[in-house]
Ligand binder design. Structure first.
Ligand SMILES: [Zn+2]
Length: 73
């Protein structure tokens, strides 16, 4: 969905990119690599299909994926 801009479920091209909001500490789906500091937060970007409501989630930045590998790999 991030690459194709087309929903894999219903075929709609009405896709919204919903970034993490850094002002909201409790925002939903971010991954925390440390319990000590919010600076360790890895933002998860959501792609929402307006046609059917399907949601995909992506950690977009390679540097953030490296952090996840170090924390959980
Ligand atoms: Zn859809």
């Amino acid at each position: 969905m991030m690459q194709t801009h087309r929903c894999p479920k219903c075929g709609s091209e009405d896709i919204l990119r919903v970034p993490d909001d850094p002002r909201r500490h409790a925002s939903g789906n971010n991954i925390y690599t440390s319990t000590l500091t919010l600076a360790q937060k890895v933002p998860v970007i959501r792609y929402v299909c307006c046609g059917c409501g399907y949601v995909e989630e992506w950690v977009e930045a390679p540097s953030q994926r490296d952090r996840l590998r170090r924390a959980f790999g």
